[in-house]
Design a protein around this ligand. Structure first.
Ligand code: UDX
Length: 476
């Protein structure tokens, strides 16, 4: 790849201020600096900026990479993002008033282009106002991005909002390319009864707003989502599927940077679980993590605990301090039940619990044989690249769509959507790790091979990164 541009393009990156958005945007910014020799200005909210600085390791940033931050409404003593409804609202509120600051910042920098998150329409507004090119980066799967572009139709057809008493297994027939795949229960969570109209309107507005971008970047790859990527290219003729981004990044910078680089993580990782994993037999462990936002009720937490214990499999569970709804901390009844207070398990123990794991490394560990996940898109592509099959328990937003694709399109996992009783958890883990293991692992291994191929030199995502670099350079 040509690393010697005559004029270094300058890109301003604007992520949505949540972990699952900051991380892939950060990796993309690093890639454009490393490979394209670009200058990158990464614009975080003040709160996330402070969190990110704590996790950055020496040598984590390539030449040309700088940070700027926007004021936000998150209290300064807030240790981490929490998952209560009020905090999800806070996330939206924290960006609501940022437009004048972002406008000022962009006017001063006068960059070559802006790469804005697909739900940060203020980035598109400012770009259009100042006459600066803008590219959208949607951190979702292509399949989910496509579904969002059909939300308005679904509302007009009165399919959405889904009534409280609806048959959730009824097929959705009106989204081209997804006939026979999605049921009502597989639509994004915001389609369900009870979603406040302002939230539904927010996603409708943000999705429409993305059409102003001159191109679309996705953290996916042709082998996984080719048909949906083609459909999206009818909306965005310039489309750049560059995933899995963490694989591309580790390929491109492998001599310069170890796998342990935080790459946009907002929380400090507890690495003690890696030692525990070393003591477990090959492919025996089920890794349990529900991302950065999903929280469980205490009843759900207890059912998962029993299901995992009853499965007889060793498990590594990420239990964030805000993992249980309505509680500031994991409630003491749950701590007592699970012995969580003991923290990371001793060698030989059948479970290990940490507050935050080095997830990419965990998935790559020889001892891990399955992933019980909320089907966040980053977690999904990380699992795909690592060749680990998934048991899916989706909760929010895009996760319902992703888990359906995992189980019924790619056949690399099982979907236990909307169920969480202990016997279903136990049965699903056993099926994934024993009963249907061979069948599911066969497609998982094939897909992992395609993922690796896509990020190698000459692979589709590698090639798309080159195309993106050429495209941005052409704006200079
Ligand atoms: C959310 C949505 O769920 C997701 O679908 C959307 O695309 C982005 O916003 P989140 O719920 O946090 O993100 O899930 P996910 O997309 O899976 O991102 C979580 C990230 O945190 C992953 O990159 C994962 O590796 C990392 N993580 C998670 C850790 O590093 N350690 C952990 O212990 C848990």
């Amino acid at each position: 790849m040509d690393r010697q541009p005559t004029v270094a393009p300058h890109v301003v990156f604007l992520p949505f201020p949540a972990q699952g958005h900051v991380k892939p945007m950060f990796m993309l910014a690093k890639l454009l600096c490393h490979v394209g020799g670009f200058q990158a200005t990464f614009v975080n909210t003040e709160h996330n900026h402070a969190l990110l600085q704590r996790t950055l390791a020496a040598g984590d940033l390539p030449a040309g990479f700088t940070f700027l931050s926007l004021p936000d409404a998150v209290p300064h003593d807030r240790e981490q993002q929490q998952s209560s409804i009020s905090t999800v609202r806070e996330l939206f509120n924290s960006i609501r008033n940022s437009k004048p600051d972002f406008r000022r910042l962009v006017a001063e920098l006068s960059p070559t282009c802006i790469i804005a998150d697909g739900i940060m329409s203020l980035g598109f507004d400012v770009a259009v106002e100042l006459g600066i090119p803008v590219i959208a980066f949607r951190t979702f799967s292509a399949v989910c991005a496509w579904v969002y572009f059909h939300l308005r139709d679904l509302i007009e057809q009165r399919v959405v909002p889904i009534p409280a008493d609806a048959d959730m297994d009824q097929p959705i027939t009106s989204i081209p390319g997804l006939e026979g795949i999605l049921r009502r229960r597989d639509l994004p969570s915001i389609c369900r009864h009870g979603t406040p109209p302002p939230i539904l309107n927010f996603f409708l507005r943000e999705t429409e707003s993305m059409r102003r971008a001159s191109g679309l970047i996705l953290n996916t790859f042709d082998g996984l989502e080719g048909p949906l990527i083609s459909r999206l290219s009818t909306i965005f003729p310039k489309i750049f599927p560059v995933g899995p981004l963490h694989g591309l990044l580790s390929n491109v910078v492998k001599e310069e940077e170890p796998l342990t680089a935080s790459n946009g993580g907002l929380k400090e990782e507890d690495r003690s679980c890696m030692t525990w994993l070393d003591s477990q037999p090959s492919r025996s462990v089920i890794f349990v993590s529900f991302g950065s936002l999903v929280a469980l009720t205490e009843a759900q937490f207890v059912e998962f605990w029993h299901g995992l214990v009853n499965s007889g499999k060793p498990f590594l569970w990420v239990v964030r301090s805000d993992s249980v709804l309505g509680e500031d901390e994991v409630p003491s009844s749950v701590e007592v039940l699970s012995g969580l207070k003991s923290g990371a398990a001793r060698d030989g123990s059948r479970c290990c619990v940490v507050d935050w794991a080095p997830q990419v490394e965990v998935l790559a560990h020889e001892a891990v044989g399955g992933f019980l996940t909320h089907s966040g898109w980053n977690s999904t592509v990380e699992s795909v690249l690592a060749g680990v099959s998934m048991a899916c328990w989706p909760r929010l937003s895009d996760q319902q769509v992703n888990s359906r694709a995992v189980s019924d399109v790619w056949r690399i996992g099982l979907d236990m959507k909307d169920t969480w009783d202990r016997s279903t958890v136990e049965k699903t883990v056993r099926e994934l790790m024993e009963g249907r293991r061979d069948e599911i692992m066969k497609s998982t291994i094939e897909m992992a091979g395609m993922a690796r191929g896509s990020v190698e030199e000459g692979g589709s995502s590698y090639h798309n990164l080159e195309k993106l670099i050429v495209y941005i350079r052409s704006m200079c």
